[in-house]
Design a protein around this ligand. Structure first.
Ligand code: NAD
Ligand code: MG
Length: 395
């Protein structure tokens, strides 16, 4: 199978290449992309010998070219957003790992879907922003969409065989998405007022990129995942329930009409869903240690606290509002998380900024990609304006 890995230098990208390297007979890497970590991308290119490597800026492309040329590599270096979509839709590519973080990943992920590829979707923001447009393109092109997000991969594995988006026909009552609760699961409101970026990115169970780590701390990650589940499985908001499960061993569950509940379990390591989607419908070694249930010993469950984690509630609200609301929510969240990481916004300010942005941007329909990108732009502009006002007030 010939692969393009979008976001190869990130947490998911590195885990993907770890699995790929275990099966040299099965996988061939055609293209790797990374935004700015040129040294990491150069090392990956020397190991996996892709035909193409893509970076963001022209200056980084020059640096990468030089590093590769000096090492005798024949990888061709491209740069810029258009090159991402180009390597995602090359005719010789069978599968595309979509592991760019945030809205920047939407155009190349959509390009892969349009080209009818097997799309391994980690970039949940793409689906949150553009769910209807994206799913229509997948269907139209006959692309195969396989979820990498551990919860959705677990749901996919627990769904009826050949589930085609009809919960009633499949006898499915509810989707139960598990959530670790993040680093502040038991923290008081008082503690949450003082949270620093360093504390927020230190997740108890998973090692991930900075943005998704902050999303896990606010529980916006679970909110985005509720919206992601809605689109992937054609499930209405009231059939998707979030269950806090601090051990992160059950990755999610499907509740059937007959009372059966099927779940997927495993150690919290993204190489499991990655290997599952890479090899589907076969199974391959992922490098993940076998689950030791005696060491796990206990599986606990709690109801999420929407008062302490209002981001989860905001995401349900955006999903129920339909139209542009989820795209605006996602844009506002990206602005808020970046501001929090730069210490321009408090931890609790993240939810406040998103709520204010959702209230301020008028409702609109999202019939096509142009409308999605406009909603994204409006959400970012409004969130940035409100943030500036907040800053002026507290100064
Ligand atoms: P990361 O920050 O570690 O890596 C992000 C990747 O995207 C890097 O390769 C970076 O170079 C690239 N990138 C960033 N900005 C870009 C831009 N403007 N243009 C092009 N490329 C850009 O993030 P991650 O943790 O690997 O997460 C990637 C995606 O997978 C996210 O959407 C995240 O929500 C999702 N995801 C991650 C995990 C996890 O365990 N890390 C789990 C589930 C879902
Ligand atoms: Mg997840």
């Amino acid at each position: 199978m010939k692969l393009t890995v979008l976001g190869a230098t990130g947490s998911i990208g590195v885990s993907t290449l770890d699995v790929v390297a275990r099966h040299p007979d099965r996988f061939e890497v055609v293209a790797l992309t990374g935004h700015s970590r040129v040294d990491v991308l150069a090392a990956q290119c020397l190991q996996f010998r892709p035909a193409f490597a893509v970076v963001g800026a022209a200056s980084d492309a020059q640096r990468l070219e030089l590093l590769l040329k000096n090492a005798g590599s024949r990888t061709e270096v491209l740069h810029g957003a258009a090159a991402l979509s180009q390597v995602a839709s090359l005719p010789e590519v069978d599968a595309v790992m979509a592991a760019i973080v945030g809205a920047a990943g939407l155009p190349p992920t959509l390009a892969a879907a349009r080209a009818g590829k097997r799309v391994l979707l980690a970039n949940k923001e793409a689906l949150v922003m553009a769910g209807a447009v994206f799913m229509a393109e997948v269907k139209h092109a006959g692309a195969v969409l396989l979820p990498i997000d551990s919860e959705h991969n677990a749901v996919f594995q627990s769904m009826p065989y050949a589930y085609a988006g009809d919960m009633a026909r499949g006898g499915v009552r509810r989707i139960l998405l598990t959530a670790s609760g993040g680093p502040f699961r038991t923290a008081s409101h008082q503690v949450l007022t003082q949270v620093t970026p360093e504390q927020a990115v230190a997740h108890p169970n998973w090692v991930m990129g900075r943005k998704i780590s902050v999303d896990s701390a606010t529980m916006m990650n679970k909110g985005l995942e509720v919206i992601e589940a809605h689109w992937l499985f054609n499930a209405p908001a009231d059939r998707i329930q979030v269950v806090i499960h601090p051990q992160s061993v059950i990755h999610s569950l499907v509740d059937y009409e007959d009372g059966s509940v099927l779940a997927q379990l495993g150690n919290p390591d993204m190489r499991t869903p990655i290997a599952h989607a890479l090899a589907w419908p076969q199974r391959i070694d992922s490098g993940v240690a076998p689950l030791d249930l005696f060491a796990v010993a206990q599986l606990n469950f709690e109801r999420p606290d929407l008062a302490r984690f209002p981001c989860l509630d905001l995401a349900y609200r955006a999903l129920r509002a339909e139209g542009n609301a989820a795209a605006v929510l996602n844009a506002a969240n990206e602005v808020a998380v970046a501001a929090f990481l730069e210490r321009r916004l408090s931890f609790l300010g993240i939810a406040e900024l998103i709520a204010a942005t959702l209230d301020a941007v008028p409702q609109a329909a999202l019939p096509d990609l142009a409308a999605v990108l406009e909603a994204d732009r409006q959400g970012r502009t409004m969130a940035t304006e409100i943030l500036a006002r907040l800053g002026a007030r507290s100064a």
